[in-house]
Design a protein around this ligand. Structure first.
Ligand code: B12
Length: 141
């Protein structure tokens, strides 16, 4: 009986003292890096740390970053075919007339690759470096 009470007490203590033990949902959250760059102005690039749940999409990491970091905010626009378009970052929005948009890239050892899906579908890998780059697009002929 005394042994059971002691075991129960240590379990309660563990739950109370372990940060996140009572609130954490699902698997651990691997970290990713998110950089914000602007090709069209001299704004200094910013770099932030965020996390994504295993198998989670980039949207989740950006939302978590927005909640934690005062200097980071973004908006999205829903497209009926391709899901969520990253519309603005830190108050700067893509513009149809000016042919500007937020390009999304992944950087690995200095190599940049363009994501082949939007933020609502892309699942970042642990440690991945995501770049949100304000850029221009050239209309297709
Ligand atoms: C032109 C184009 C763009 C232009 C659109 C500007 C414009 N006003 O024309 C720009 C350069 C902005 C663009 C951006 C991107 N694009 Co794009 N784009 C296309 C393309 C070649 C043609 C679209 C089009 O004009 N359709 C004709 C018009 C009449 O139809 P529409 O429905 O009005 O078209 C709109 C949507 O397509 C939307 N759109 C374009 N790209 C994307 C991407 C996402 C994720 C969303 C939600 C919406 C969206 O913008 C168009 C104009 O409003 C398609 C390929 C295709 N075959 O559809 C790829 C395509 C739609 N794009 C794609 C991708 C991946 C992207 C990017 C994520 C690339 C990146 N890594 O940065 C970004 C979006 C980033 C963000 N901010 O969220 C993929 C989407 C795949 C998917 N399943 O998610 C496609 C299918 C190309 C491909 N096969 O890889 N794109």
């Amino acid at each position: 009986m005394a042994l059971r009470t002691a075991a129960l007490l240590s379990m309660v203590l563990f739950l109370l003292l372990t940060p996140g033990a009572l609130t954490a949902k699902g698997p651990a959250s691997p970290h990713i890096r998110v950089s914000v760059e602007n090709d069209l102005s001299n704004v200094t690039p910013e770099s932030y740390a965020s996390s994504v749940v295993e198998g989670g999409v980039l949207l989740g990491a950006l939302r978590r970053l927005q909640e934690a970091q005062q200097g980071f905010k973004f908006t999205v626009k829903e497209d009926p075919d391709f899901g969520l378009l990253l519309e603005s970052v830190n108050g700067v929005a893509g513009n149809e007339r000016e042919q500007t948009y937020w390009e999304i890239l992944s950087e690995n050892s200095g190599e940049f690759s363009r994501l082949d899906v939007g933020i609502g579908c892309y699942t970042p890998k642990p440690g991945e470096h995501i770049i949100l780059r304000f850029s221009t697009w050239i209309p297709q002929q």
